[in-house]
Each structure stands twice: as structure tokens, then as C-alpha cells.
Design a protein around this ligand. Structure first.
Ligand code: NAD
Length: 333
């Protein structure tokens, strides 16, 4: 199999490439990434001499290059993860989100379709579009997002992801392209950029800076270990039904403030250097994010029953492993 992975130098993409290389040594993987501030090729450094892996620096906005790379590589499938991914940045400046997430997705989808039409084997190759639960908007205290939940995005990030999901859906219904979409909840684990919640908490604590928490900290997120997400992507790519979407989540809801306190408690037992003996003393409530969704929670019944996926995590253990990983990273800096 010849696979293109877009966004493979980011958080989830790098974890996915490492997992796929280990599981499918015969596959050829081409990682296309523009290397934004959120990327780090160091995460993939031990694939440097791996014959089954190639990296190409590449911006999906450049349509001509997208065409060329698809025609040169002749992929059997694409895992499309490349996106601008940070909600706060999308509020400060939405344009790159529309460009990468909507136009970039259109470019690769359309060039993939043209390539397969010209190859005389349309329908023979798969496009997996990796999206988010944020497209569904916000839940109240009860209920879960299912694949039937109406889209109601509230931030420029989620709106741009929703736009890309609709394009992907249209390419199945209009052209019969073999597409599958996944909508996943918040991920945690190694390789995430410092600006995201968990790395921010750890880095702030280590530097004895205030740990910012939006509003009252009562927004709820459903956290999934990145390796479980990657296993789900592998399953959906190989076994998912064309034209369908699969929600991925671990039934692991945490209020932001509870998660931050949990991380501080882990740090209290490892780093033991918090002010007055407790990193929680650094927590500072800051003005809420505009359009901040109150609660996300996924119902993963479809992927569990149709594809046999299970969330394998032991959240407290995996969170501890994650904290250790960032401690290692920040201590080297
Ligand atoms: P990330 O920001 O860590 O990585 C995204 C990567 O995409 C970066 O390496 C960046 O350079 C690349 N990229 C962005 N625009 C590009 C372009 N125009 N051309 C080429 N490369 C480009 O993000 P992530 O957290 O790894 O998320 C990956 C995907 O998973 C995204 O599509 C995101 O919407 C989705 N997702 C993320 C989460 C999460 O919790 N992180 C949850 C659900 C879904």
C-alpha cells in the first residue's frame, strides 16, 4: 500500500505515522506537511533511514504541487490530517483556517479525484478525512454527539472543519469517491504543541507562571489518548464503509478545572517544587474564550459495534505518562 499522510509532522499525524510504520512495515508512507509552528520533525527522527517513509515539505494551498505529488507518488489512499488546529488562533485570525482547512482540503480532494479518474480505476482508493467533534457545537449537561447530530460549529476553527467535512461528503455523493470521515474528541499524549491545554499547564507549572483556566473552568471535554485515536483511524481506513462518518471518543469527560488539578497533583508527586508545596496555587481564572463551547461528549457506539474499536486507555496512567513525556521535553530546553 502507498499512503499519503498530510499533517504528519503535527501532533496526531506524527503519532499515526509511527504507529502505521510499526504495524505495516511493507507500506510506503509519504508525509506531506508545510511545517508550521505546530510541527516538529524531531518526533519522526528515527524514521530518517527508513526506506518505507519519505517526508516532503509541502503546502496544500499550492494546487499545482498537490497535483504533481499525487501523480508522482500514485497513492492507494490518503489520511488527511493537515489543518490549522488551535481555536484561539482561529479567533485571533481566521483566514489561515479557511485557507488550509477548506481550500487545502478541496485541493487534495479534487486532485485525488482527478488522479483516480485518469487512472481508470475510480473508487479503488480511499480518502480518510480526519475531523473533530467540535463541528457539532456545544452540548448541555446531558446527551452525546452521534453521527446524526446536526452540525452547529461556533468558532472559525470548527466552522472551517465543518466546511471541509461537507466537501468530503459531497465528493462521495456527487462523484462516488471512496471517502470516510472521522470526528474525534480532544486528544492528549506526546508531541502536542506547547499552546494546547495540557502542555500549557505543565510548562507554566514548571516555570512557576500562572496556569490560565478559562472562565470558571467548568467547560467539559472528552479526552482520548492519541494512540487510541490513531488505532481508530487505522480501522476506519481499512474497514470503514465508504461515504460514512465515525465518531471517536472514550467516554472520558473532565471539567477543565478538574483536569488541570489532576495534572498539578501528578506534578506535585514528581517535580515537588510547587509554590507552598502545591502547583494548584498557580491556577488563575482568565476571561472566557468567546463562543466557548460548554461541553463535548462523544457516543462511540457506531465505531465500537461496526468496527470493533475500543478505547484501551487507563486515563490516569496515560496522563501520568504524558506528564512525564513533557517534563522530559521541557527539562531538555
Ligand atoms: P497540529 O496542529 O498538531 O498538526 C497539524 C499539522 O498540519 C501541522 O504539522 C501543520 O504544519 C500541518 N498543516 C497545516 N496546514 C497545512 C497546509 N496548508 N499544508 C500542509 N500542512 C499543513 O494538529 P493535530 O492536533 O495533530 O490535529 C490533526 C488533525 O486532527 C486536524 O485535522 C484536527 O482538526 C484533527 N483533530 C484534532 C484533535 C486534537 O485534539 N488535537 C481532535 C480531533 C480532531
Amino acid at each position: 500500500m502507498r499512503l499519503i499522510i498530510t499533517g504528519g509532522a503535527g501532533f496526531i499525524g506524527s503519532n499515526l505515522i509511527l504507529q502505521l510504520r510499526a504495524k505495516y512495515p511493507d507500506y510506503q508512507i509519504l508525509n506531506l506537511d508545510k511545517l508550521s509552528y505546530a510541527s516538529d520533525l524531531k518526533y519522526l527522527r528515527h524514521l530518517e533511514y527508513d526506506d518505507g517513509y519519505t517526508f516532503k515539505q509541502f503546502d496544500l494551498i499550492d494546487r499545482g504541487s498537490v497535483r504533481q505529488v499525487i501523480r508522482d507518488f500514485k497513492p492507494d489512499g490518503i489520511f488527511h490530517l493537515a489543518a490549522e488546529s488551535h481555536v484561539d488562533n482561529s479567533i485571533a485570525g481566521p483566514e489561515p483556517f479557511v485557507m488550509s482547512n477548506v481550500v487545502g482540503t478541496f485541493n487534495i480532494l479534487e486532485e485525488f479525484r482527478q488522479f483516480w479518474l485518469d487512472s481508470g480505476r475510480p473508487g479503488d482508493a480511499r480518502f480518510l478525512h480526519v475531523s473533530t467533534d467540535e463541528v457539532y457545537g456545544s452540548l448541555g449537561a446531558e446527551g452525546f454527539f452521534t453521527e446524526e447530530t446536526c452540525y452547529a460549529p461556533n468558532s472559525p476553527y470548527s466552522a472551517s472543519k465543518a466546511g471541509s467535512d461537507f466537501l468530503v461528503r459531497a465528493y462521495y455523493h456527487t462523484y462516488g469517491l471512496d471517502v470516510v470521515t472521522t470526528n474525534c474528541s480532544n486528544n492528549y499524549g506526546p508531541n502536542q504543541h506547547d499552546e494546547k491545554l495540557i502542555p500549557t499547564v505543565i510548562q507554566s507549572a514548571l516555570h512557576h507562571k500562572s496556569i490560565p483556566v478559562y472562565g470558571k473552568g467548568d467547560n467539559v471535554r472528552d479526552w482520548l489518548f492519541v494512540e487510541d485515536h490513531c488505532r481508530a483511524l487505522d480501522l476506519v481506513f481499512h474497514k470503514g464503509k465508504a461515504g460514512e462518518a465515525y465518531n471517536i471518543g472514550g467516554h472520558n469527560e473532565w471539567k477543565n478545572i478538574e483536569l488541570v488539578c489532576e495534572i498539578c497533583n501528578i506534578l506535585n508527586t514528581i517535580a515537588k517544587d510547587g509554590p507552598d508545596g502545591d502547583y494548584k496555587n498557580l491556577i488563575t481564572f482568565v476571561r472566557d474564550r468567546p463562543g466557548h463551547d460548554q461541553r463535548y461528549a462523544i457516543d462511540p457506539t457506531k465505531i465500537e459495534t461496526k468496527l470493533g474499536w475500543r478505547n484501551t486507555q487507563n486515563f490516569k496512567e496515560d496522563l501520568k505518562k504524558t506528564v512525564h513525556w513533557y517534563l522530559g521535553k521541557y527539562k531538555q530546553q
